[in-house]
Design a protein around this ligand. Structure first.
Ligand code: HEC
Length: 163
């Protein structure tokens, strides 16, 4: 898909994503679209199910804009990656919401004090670090710790970054 097509598909499905995620009751799921989106268009993320994704950060997490030079994320940083799929026939479908929230020191030594959450398009919370289904988000931690020196943030491919 071209950048314009990906952006158009996102515009179509954005309302559906928002209302579905919000059913989870997760505080961030209902408000992340008011935050800054650091991707200039939805792009395919192989590591998040091969879906089209965006990357939002809340105000507290605004050092995301400095990418590899950001230093540690302040406590209270929330990073939200929403997602959608596009079938070969062009049908757009809702995908999960991927959340990372930087908690106070001591929250979890395994996750670098990040709370990872995976929220399905119908609002079901599949799991969150330190809460119900915590084992189901262990794979997030395993992969993200590969960039522990960047406080577990991978950032996005250069060509999709908003400065
Ligand atoms: C196999 C590796 C891998 C797994 C597993 C994985 N991620 Fe990621 N994650 C990445 C990469 C690479 C990026 C940045 C590029 C992209 O979007 O594809 C990223 C980006 C993110 C971001 C944006 C913040 C950042 O790191 O720049 C969030 C939020 C996120 N992932 C949440 C999750 C959650 C929640 C899970 C588990 C449900 C998860 N990820 C599983 C590799 C992974």
């Amino acid at each position: 898909m071209s950048a314009a097509e990906a952006t158009g598909a996102y515009k179509c499905i954005q309302g559906t994503l928002q209302s579905g995620y919000a059913k989870s009751g997760n505080a961030w799921a209902g408000q992340y679209t008011a935050w800054k989106n650091y991707s200039n268009q939805p792009y395919v993320s192989d590591t998040h199910g091969g879906r089209y994704v965006n990357n939002y950060a809340n105000g507290r997490g605004s050092n995301y804009s400095q990418y590899e030079n950001a230093g540690p994320a302040p406590v209270g940083t929330v990073l939200a990656k929403d997602s959608f799929s596009v079938s070969p026939a062009g049908k757009v479908g809702a995908g999960p919401l991927f959340l990372m929230e930087k908690m106070a020191a001591g929250f979890s030594s395994e996750s670098g004090d990040w709370r990872y959450s995976l929220i399905l398009p119908n609002g079901k919370v599949l799991g969150e670090t330190g809460g119900a289904g915590g084992d189901k988000v262990g794979f997030c931690i395993d992969c993200h710790l590969a960039v522990e020196e960047q406080d577990s943030r991978f950032y996005l491919p250069d060509e999709y970054r908003v400065q």
